[in-house]
Design a protein around this ligand. Sequence first.
Ligand code: NAP
Length: 332
Amino acid sequence: MRAAVCAEHGGPGVVRVEDVPSPELVPGHVRVRVGAAAVNFPDVLVITDRYQVSVPTPFVPGSEFAGVVAAVGEGVDRVRVGDRVMGSAIVGGFAQEVVVAAAALRRVPDGVTDRVAAAFGVAHRTAFHVLRSVARVQPGEELIVLGAGGGVGLAAVQLGAHLGATVTAVASSSAKLEAAAAHGATNLIDHRSTEASGGLRGALRGVLSDGADVVVDPVGGDLSEPALRALRWGGRFVTVGYASGTIPHIPLNLVLLKGCQVLGFEFLSFATHEPEAMARNEAELLALLAAGTVVPHIGVVFPLEDVADALQLVADGQAVGKVVIDITGDDS
Ligand SMILES: NC(=O)c1ccc[n+]([C@@H]2O[C@H](COP(=O)([O-])OP(=O)(O)OC[C@H]3O[C@@H](n4cnc5c(N)ncnc54)[C@H](OP(=O)(O)O)[C@@H]3O)[C@@H](O)[C@H]2O)c1
């Protein structure tokens, strides 16, 4: 099969597309013929060996995908050959075939293409768990989303608006802010041009004179503190990731003065500690996809042979919404 291969850890340029044997099918696992995969920022962290789990080389990167069940291993009764499925794994998705645990797969709702199904994975699930169970966003609340044009950020904009919040999107380009507006953001702030307003802090105060209820932060770095300062009394700040490459250090007196809560979300920990909330949220989210109420924004589609360019786009923080890898050339 054709597959992206990371033979040594490094930047996106180390990933080559080669002919490799299909992975072995083992009990409890399923072989999926992949139609489309999607790129997440953690894929960049895995190939550069900066992810929380180190994956030994050589390996096939790719953490989310959609396709058709080609074979099932011993003991699998959740899915059958021919079922359309979507799933996630730490690696393996940027290939014509992937073998994953049956529990990692969900059915693709009728009428949803492989590209859309692949793009509706990690980012939307992360954003929904954050909004629904961690921040507990309520209708009418003011929500600030940092990195609002990226995968998690744009999903948080869409889902925050769906939950009835008024969304202030913070991003670095007009293309990202246009996408955020198209998916429900009301206030748009380009953090690269806030000098005249007194920086991000002043720009946020300009649109949110009474402050915000919630901040969702997948970026970190210099944006986190001014966003936290924009919270009103009792607000909630959720740290989700550090795409900027910098883990921010927040003065604790801000938390004291605002009576606010600083909360965190990490997927595997949430799955371990909050299995019931996770199952409920995932069912609600799948229903939104099936109904066409929330459809992921696919900014660009690359063929498998150009997977290194796709990873580079995400590594550079230039992606608008989701970057999809088309494996079969057939978007049905
Ligand atoms: N906690 C969890 O369970 C969980 C789950 C999924 C993802 N994450 C994390 O969430 C973060 C966002 O993931 P994503 O898939 O949404 O990524 P993404 O699509 O690449 O978006 C990241 C955004 O971060 C901003 N950014 C600022 N400096 C950057 C830099 N040096 N390189 C790249 N981006 C930069 C960019 O927004 P602007 O240009 O607008 O500033 C970019 O749009 C990552 O850190 C990821 O690891 C965490």
